[in-house]
Design a protein around this ligand. Sequence first.
Ligand code: 9MR
Length: 361
Amino acid sequence: MNRRNFLTGTVATVAALAAPPARPLPFRTEVSLKKLAAEKSLKVSTAYNGGGHFDLEALILHHCDIVTPENALKPGFLAPKRTINFAFERMDGTASFCRANGLRLHGHTLYWHQTQPAWLNDAGNSSFVRDYMSYAGQVMPRYGDLIDSWDVINEPFSDRKAGYRKNPVLDVHGDEFVRFLFRTARRAAPKAKLLINDYSLSCGAAYCQRKRDTALATVERLLKAGMSIDGVGLQAHLAPTQPVHKTPLSSFICGLNDLGLEVFITELDVNDIELPENIAKRDKLIAAIYKDYLGAVLEHDNVKRLGFWGLSDAEHWIVHGYAPFKRKRGTPRPALFDDRYRPKPAFFAVAEALNQAPART
Ligand code: 9MR
């Protein structure tokens, strides 16, 4: 082999390593959500719980740019007790899958009251600040080459009153705690976009309006106090019982834009509670909910990412996990693909919404 052949061979080998062969999809389709989204300057993400699901990974590669570890980056998962041996195995597996296939990561989450371990949830503890900084310093840089963004704090706002939810740190230390978390995150993940992420921001009911008002007022106050925040994550766990109200949702997104903030749809899915049992009818109604929602959000230039909380019914929290409300008869069908990874009307509705979205900058 001469030098030229050797070099060409090396380049080909490196290229082969960098771009593994496409995986066969469990069904045939040319439509790729990430390609449609790219035409509108949007990225597509999905939650994935890791564990090497071959068919699901093929779907993720075909449709997504970014993976959100569904559970593996939660403090309660990584370090349920004070320890120096964090449970990195599941997350390392997901990171390898992303690294090998050119996918990026969305970090979820640095703080979430619901699964927070006690040792990272007591601001009265004299080692709390040191513990949190050390936790962030161990976890965030480990995936720094892959991370695009972090939910620095997840679900901080109350469902019952204006302001933060009642819990051991937020209720007592409020802004001070949030500013500490963002400072810590900025230090440990300097290249990542840093977000506040929350739910119940899309509906027309009074409690959704209160949360939107609280979110907007809070980020404005934090920005004025000098906190460095890049955007807000809209979870978008939708349900026919909490219909999306386009006008207030749009003015919320515009309000965030006026503050210079980006918006990330982070956890889109549809809970089919109270929809008919007949699958064809149900799927059509689910698809319409996806389409209506995207019709409301995609026209805004500051919406930068379309994120699903799982692509398939085969591994979906509403089907298999704990969901606070769930249909009584018939298995839920919340995702774009069914439990055999076949596209459902919701998938085609999302593709159509992306096609119809106005050109964006
Ligand atoms: O989908 C996640 C499920 O597998 C977990 O059991 C649960 C508790 O850790 O969290 C679910 O994900 C939630 C996300 O982290 C925050 N927003 C609401 C999501 C659905 O409950």
